[in-house]
Design a protein around this ligand. Structure first.
Ligand code: DGT
Ligand code: CA
Ligand code: CA
Length: 572
């Protein structure tokens, strides 16, 4: 089906015309055609065959001719004509949020901006700010959006943490199995639990460097060896095509190497500065006082020698953690094993792959005290959302499973769509029968999202607001939402915000979670599991919480069942 292709070409023609400052009616005509072609439910080639192209809304004779040309020859001469004198590097600037063709036209015409570097220059030298309609405020906003854009562009070089964990653990497990290896530890951004990683850094404690490197490079998971030396070997991992750096370290410097290669770089720089003030030198081999090594075996030993508490890897970002560690005043972060349940799981009643019984047994494997079943609601037809009858049937099944299992509590929940008017997807009578309600926006991402969320948060039946920004890491920006307003409302209404641990969501992210915590909000870390394997993602969510400096009592699914009920009951 060529619908999308053709719609895209018309959009790009409209963009190019707008950049050139051409007639707005002409531009609008192309946009209108693009949008109605994109929304067609039938193949545009079929329409062409029936000679009915001009029946498509917004498609007149002129546009129809261009569609025919494209379908016949796979080319549209108008496109080449319009874009011939518009540099590609200028067109690509349209991917920067809030920078529309109108402003770009001005920037191009008045200041000659036709690429990213030139654009940044004009903001730096203040000429951007002087243009009509573009003040100091938009300069600041655009500068931030440029940063996002650059990150998105660089995304090919970064990998989702959740996507690499299984294979890295597999490799580390195999290395740990050799009797000449005493310790294997991940380092770098992987150990710091960053949501994306550029490469994988792993340290091995051993004195048999050669043997380690031989075994490592012959593992079946290794696709290619980039370089192999005595202390460091770099490889590419099969399937993922991510680079992995393995370093072999002897016991006396293992802690120092771990500290160094865990980073972050900023954290390391600050640590070294503190050491210098004490007349010490810290590097990857140890802590030295006039060339004599006085520590290095463990990180703890080094931190203590420098007069600090042990700093958890997840917060080593030089965001104030070093100062607090020196005052022995670091927050007690939530731990991976503090979690007592998972409240956002999908069964085969909606689009999950497993029965409720299987989900419950999985939760028992994890040692959980409770599990919440929260399938999609009736409006979510794309995900086989539950009708009122189906929900009733599900509740009956949960009742009977609760009688059968006496070592875990199954909670009745729902992931209710927040409708365009901000209401929830079932009547009060239905919501009343549930233990908790997770509210989520799944459609209409551009329409009044803030107001809809605020209204949903005022609903006494809503317990948790799911994935509050809707972003998908390096894929989708998220809803157009004033998150601070949403946080304020959640706080006022005593509602819980979700840290969704689904590996490409991690939503709230660390910055937003930290901001919400400062406002007094509590969280639920949920996996949004659609099958049993996805229960493993809980650790990703805890990683986000730890990077956001959250303590255990800010996370409601660390509470004992009895205490959890107190929290979720208050709302419903
Ligand atoms: P990534 O791989 O981009 O996700 O981020 P990291 O933090 O894993 O960075 P990577 O792999 O380049 O280096 C691993 C760690 O090694 C890094 O976190 C800190 C340390 N490191 C690397 N280069 C330097 C450096 O030039 N100075 C200092 N102080 N530390 C460094
Ligand atoms: Ca790394
Ligand atoms: Ca590295």
């Amino acid at each position: 089906m060529k619908n999308q292709e053709i719609a895209d070409i018309f959009s790009r023609i409209a963009d190019a015309l707008a950049l050139k400052g051409e007639n707005v009616f002409k531009i609008r005509a192309y946009r209108r055609a693009a949008s109605s072609i994109k929304d067609l439910s039938v193949d545009i080639e079929e329409i062409y065959k029936e000679d009915a192209l001009t029946d498509i809304p917004g498609v007149g004779e002129g546009i129809a001719k261009k569609i025919k040309e494209y379908l016949d020859t796979n080319k549209m001469s108008k496109y080449g004509e319009v874009t011939r004198d518009v540099p590609e590097s200028l067109l690509s600037l349209l991917n920067i949020r809030d920078l529309g063709p109108k402003s770009l036209h001005l920037l191009w015409r008045e200041l000659g901006v036709d690429n990213l570097i030139a654009l940044k220059e004009t903001i730096k030298d203040g000429s951007f700010q002087k243009l009509e309609g573009l003040g100091e405020k938009s300069a600041k906003k655009i500068l931030e959006n440029i940063k996002d854009y650059e990150e998105r562009m660089g995304k090919v070089k970064r990998f989702l943490l959740g996507g690499v964990i299984p294979i890295v653990n597999e490799i580390m497990g195999k290395l740990q199995g050799f009797d000449f290896v005493s310790r294997v530890t991940p380092a770098g951004s992987f150990r710091r639990m960053k949501e994306t990683v550029g490469d994988i850094d792993v340290l091995v404690e051993s004195r048999e460097n050669k043997k380690v490197m031989e075994e490592f490079t012959s593992l079946p998971e290794i696709k290619q060896v980039l370089e192999s030396g005595e202390t460091k070997t770099s490889v590419v991992i099969e399937g993922l095509n991510i680079q992995m750096d393995l370093r072999v370290i002897p016991p006396p410097s293992y802690g120092a190497a771990l500290l160094y290669f865990t980073g972050s770089k900023e954290h390391n720089v600050h640590i070294r500065k503190i050491a210098q003030k004490k007349g010490l030198k810290v590097n990857e081999y140890g802590v030295f006082r006039s060339n004599r090594r006085i520590a290095g075996k463990s990180e703890k030993e080094i931190f203590n020698l420098l007069g600090m508490q042990f700093i958890p890897p997840e917060i080593r970002e030089d965001r104030g953690e070093i100062e607090l560690a020196m005052k022995n005043n670091l927050p007690q972060l939530v731990n991976y094993d503090d979690i007592r349940g998972n409240l956002h799981t999908h069964s085969n009643y909606s689009d999950g792959g497993n029965s409720i019984r299987e989900l419950v047994e999985k939760a028992l494997d994890f040692g959980y005290e409770y599990i919440g079943i929260s399938d999609h609601s009736k409006t979510a037809s794309y995900a086989s959302g539950l009708s009122v009858d189906e929900l009733k049937r599900q509740c009956d099944e949960i009742d009977s499973l609760n009688k059968e299992f006496d070592n875990i509590v199954i909670l009745k929940g729902i992931e209710s769509d927040i409708l365009p008017d901000g209401s929830l997807d079932y009547d009060e009578e239905v919501l009343k029968t549930l233990d908790f309600v997770i509210g989520a926006i799944h459609s209409g991402f551009k329409k009044n999202v803030t107001e809809r969320m605020e209204k949903a948060l005022k609903n006494p039946y809503l317990t948790i607001l799911a994935h509050p920004t809707g972003r998908l890491i390096s894929k989708r920006e998220g809803y157009d939402v004033d998150l601070y307003k949403v946080m304020d409302m959640a706080n006022k209404q005593g509602k819980i915000l979700e840290i969704n641990a689904y590996y490409d969501r991690l939503d709230l992210n660390e910055d937003n979670a930290r901001e919400a915590y400062k406002r007094g909000i509590r969280f639920c870390i949920n996996t949004d599991a659609h099958n049993l394997r996805m229960f493993d993602w809980m650790n990703l969510g805890v990683g986000v919480a730890r990077r956001a400096w959250l303590p255990k009592d800010a996370i409601i699914n660390t509470y004992k069942h009895k205490d959890l009920i107190e929290i979720i009951k208050r709302n419903g």
